[in-house]
Write a protein that binds this ligand. Structure first.
Ligand code: MRU
Length: 349
């Protein structure tokens, strides 16, 4: 089983690889039920990614890598591998980790086919997927260390969505930083935004923080700006789904509002994520594709209608925070600061 060696025994791993099959903790059911899914190929993995059974930018990249490795084992012909890669990379549009991981496994399989024939492709694809997975575990550890150094002395930390061990292999991104900060200072307390519409903050971050034994309070997203303005927050830290070359950051919808409030109150607004989320090929935030999800997620919850029938709905799953509002981007290779064109190119090239 490849999961998260060395990670805190208090944290969870939402994704396990047994060498042949991918096992995922179905995050749509948390916190009510802890049910594991067993996946066998590209189609069921893409479906799990699209419906958010597995989520968080690094984790969907790793899941897609294993999805493609399983597809290569089933049919290593170049046409079949190309088709499986396409199905997986198009399962969600915003997090660049998906294309990054799928391209790596696809290249490994194609390289093996070229040199040694199709029989070598499955082992090469599996090995590459395992490498992507291990690299993300190591990256999360470094991000936690560097981010906790950056935030040392800050006690009341606001965060958005879920960026912990449910979202990345290993410790998490923003929540990994918070965990390391709390390990060093037990007085650290988290303000966790609920994250409408799918409540990744309420359902998942609260679940993780409770297991970690870190003090926290849950708040509705709309409460954040007022608490920041009245001096009740020392810093904001969030994860990221795609970082453009100029430092603009796409993350869970609602993030931009927190960045505006943090800038107005002059408190640090920090982004944490691995270099696999940095996309130097996307020049700026305007070029980041923002996923629009179904209106059913907004007008109903848990099968209960919370709005009138038949109304028009917008449901962008992400928003883009301009680089000018971001004080630092913490990656496993170091902390990037403005001008981001230069600092990100130096770290992620
Ligand atoms: O739609 P989700 O739940 O996959 O969105 C996740 C986020 O926006 C996270 O903040 C991001 O992926 C970073 S996770 C390390």
């Amino acid at each position: 089983m490849l999961d998260a060696p060395g990670s805190s025994t208090r944290s969870v791993a939402a994704l396990r690889w047994d060498g042949e099959r991918l096992h995922l903790l179905d995050q749509t059911l948390l916190p009510a039920e802890e049910r594991w899914l067993s996946l066998t190929g590209a189609h069921d993995t893409a479906e799990a990614i699209a419906r958010l059974a597995v989520r968080g930018a690094p984790n969907i990249g790793v899941a897609a890598a294993y999805g493609l490795a399983m597809a290569v084992s089933a049919d290593p012909s170049p046409a079949a591998v190309r088709e499986a890669a396409g199905i997986l990379s198009s399962s969600r549009p915003t997090a660049v980790n998906l294309a990054y991981a799928v391209e790596r496994v696809h290249a490994a399989a194609s390289g093996a086919t070229g040199e040694l024939g199709e029989r070598a492709a499955p082992a090469a694809a599996r090995a590459e997927a395992e490498r992507v997975h291990s690299e993300e575990i190591l990256a999360a550890g470094e991000i936690a260390r560097l981010g906790a150094e950056l935030l040392r002395g800050r006690r009341r930390i606001l965060t958005h969505c879920n960026t912990g061990a449910l979202a990345t292999p290993g410790a998490g991104s923003a929540l990994g930083v918070i965990t390391a900060l709390a390990d060093a200072n037990p007085n650290v307390t988290v303000l966790a935004c609920e994250t409408r519409p799918l409540l990744q903050g309420a359902r998942l971050t609260a679940w993780e923080l409770q297991r970690l034994g870190i003090g926290f309070e849950l708040l509705v997203d709309g409460a954040a700006a007022g608490l920041i303005r009245t001096g009740q927050v020392d810093a904001v830290i969030v994860g990221c789904d795609r970082v453009a070359a100029n430092g603009d950051v796409a993350n869970k919808v609602g993030t931009y509002a927190h960045a505006l409030a943090a800038a107005a109150a002059q408190i640090p607004f920090i982004v944490a994520g691995p270099t696999s989320t940095v996309d130097l090929g996307t020049p700026d935030g305007a070029a980041i594709p923002v996923e629009e999800r179904g209106g059913d997620e907004v007008v109903a919850f848990g099968g209960t209608a919370i709005a009138p029938d038949g109304i028009a709905v917008r449901n962008p799953a992400f928003d883009v925070t301009p680089a000018a509002l971001i004080d630092a981007i913490v990656t496993e290779r170091g902390v990037a600061r403005a001008p981001y064109e230069e600092s990100l190119a130096a770290l992620a090239a």
